[in-house]
Design a binder for this molecule. Structure first.
Ligand code: ZN
Ligand code: ZN
Length: 335
C-alpha cells in the first residue's frame, strides 16, 4: 500500500509498504482522510521528541471497515471515526476516565503507525460510526475538537462575558467555536498571521489583534480591557507573559499550546492579581464522543476549515504549512 513516511527532518516520502495485519482486538481500516496536526508538523521539523523516523504519522482520521467486526456489530464498508489515543486500561487515571494522563498511553501515528497511508489498524473499541451528514473532511476534526471540548470543561461558571484567545491555529479556532457555544459574548483573538485572524472573525471572534510585541498588550486592552479569561493556544514564553500581563484580576489563564517550555513575564502578577493558571492536555474518551456530537450538530462550521489534498503531495503540503500557511487552517491528506 501507499504510505507517506516521515524519513528525516524536513522530509516525508511516498513508500510502498505491506498492508498491516490487525492484531487481537484490532480491525483494518481503509483510510478516507487524515488531518495534518500541528504536532505532525513539529515532527516533520524534528521538534517532536516522540516522533522518530521512519514513521507513518497521522492521528486525525476516519475510514471504512474492510471486514465485519468479529462480533458482527459493525459491517464491512461502515464509515468510522477513530479515537487515536488509548490508555493502558489498568492505571488509576484510566480507571477514572482520565486517559489523557495515563503514563502508558499510546497514540496512533506516533507510538504505532498512523493514517497517512491507504490502510491503518485500530482497536475495535476505538471506532465510532460516522453519521451520513459528517463527511470525511469534517471528520478529521473529531480529534482536534476533542482538545477544545476538554478545555471547555475547565471554563468558569458562570461563564465570562469576554475572553482572549492567543493563537488562531486549529486549536485556537476550535477554542473560539467552543467558547461561543459556552456563551462567551466577546472573543478577541491574536495571531501574527493576518489571514488567520480573518478566519477567527468568521468563526465568531469580535476582533483580531495582529500580534507584534510590545504593542500587542495595549492593543488588546484597548479592544477588550483586561481579560477575565485567556486561552493560550501557542505556549511560547512571549504568549505566556502576555497572558499574565493582560489578565484581569481574578482571571483564569488556560495553557493548551506547548510550543516551547520557556517561561517569561511578571510572575508577581499571578500573586497580586490572584490569577488561576490551568493546563489543558489532550482529551478523554468522553471528550472525543462530545466532539463527534458537536461536529454532527454543525458540520458546515468545520467543513470550511479543511482543505483536502492527495497523499502524494505530502512533502509539498508539509513545507507549505511550515513556511506560508496563510489562511489554511487544516489540510487533510487523502490516500
Ligand atoms: Zn492532533
Ligand atoms: Zn492507564
Amino acid at each position: 500500500m501507499k504510505s507517506l513516511v516521515y524519513v528525516a527532518n524536513h522530509r516525508v516520502e511516498i513508500q510502498e509498504r505491506p498492508v498491516p495485519d490487525p492484531g487481537p482486538g484490532e480491525v483494518l481500516l481503509k483510510v478516507a482522510s487524515a488531518g495534518i496536526c500541528g504536532s505532525d508538523v513539529d515532527g516533520f521539523l524534528g521538534r517532536s521528541r516522540k516522533r522518530i523516523p521512519p514513521l507513518v504519522m497521522g492521528h486525525e482520521f476516519s475510514g471504512t471497515l474492510v471486514q465485519d467486526t468479529d462480533d458482527g456489530s459493525l459491517k464491512a464498508g461502515q464509515r468510522v471515526s477513530v479515537l487515536p489515543l488509548r490508555g493502558c486500561g489498568a492505571c488509576g487515571y484510566c480507571a477514572s476516565g482520565r486517559t489523557n494522563m495515563c503514563p502508558g498511553r499510546v497514540l496512533i501515528g506516533m507510538d504505532v503507525p498512523g493514517a497517512f497511508a491507504e490502510y491503518v489498524t485500530a482497536p475495535r473499541d476505538a471506532l465510532y460510526p460516522l453519521p451520513d451528514k459528517v463527511s470525511a473532511a469534517e471528520a478529521v476534526f473529531a480529534e482536534p475538537l476533542a482538545n477544545g471540548i476538554h478545555l471547555s470543561r475547565l471554563l468558569p461558571s458562570p461563564i465570562s462575558e469576554s475572553a482572549l484567545v492567543l493563537g488562531t491555529g486549529t486549536i485556537g479556532l476550535l477554542a473560539i467555536a467552543v467558547l461561543k457555544r459556552a456563551g462567551v459574548r466577546t472573543i478577541v483573538a491574536t495571531d501574527t498571521n493576518a489571514a488567520r485572524l480573518g478566519v477567527a472573525r468568521e468563526m465568531g471572534a469580535a476582533a483580531g489583534v495582529l500580534a507584534s510585541r510590545p504593542e500587542t498588550a495595549s492593543t488588546i486592552e484597548e479592544t477588550i480591557g483586561k481579560a477575565p479569561l485567556i486561552i493560550d493556544c501557542i505556549g511560547r514564553a512571549e504568549t505566556r507573559a502576555l497572558g499574565i500581563e493582560v489578565a484581569a484580576p481574578g482571571g483564569l489563564v488556560i495553557w493548551i499550546g506547548q510550543y516551547d517550555g520557556e517561561m517569561a513575564g511578571e510572575a508577581r502578577d499571578v500573586t497580586t492579581k490572584e490569577l488561576t493558571i490551568r493546563g489543558s492536555y489532550g482529551y478523554t474518551t468522553d471528550d472525543f464522543e462530545q466532539s463527534l456530537m458537536m461536529i454532527g450538530d454543525e458540520p458546515a462550521t468545520f467543513r470550511r476549515l479543511v482543505m483536502l489534498e492527495p497523499l502524494e503531495k505530502g512533502q509539498q503540503i508539509f513545507e507549505m504549512l511550515v513556511s506560508k500557511p496563510g489562511a489554511t487552517v487544516k489540510v487533510a491528506l487523502v490516500p
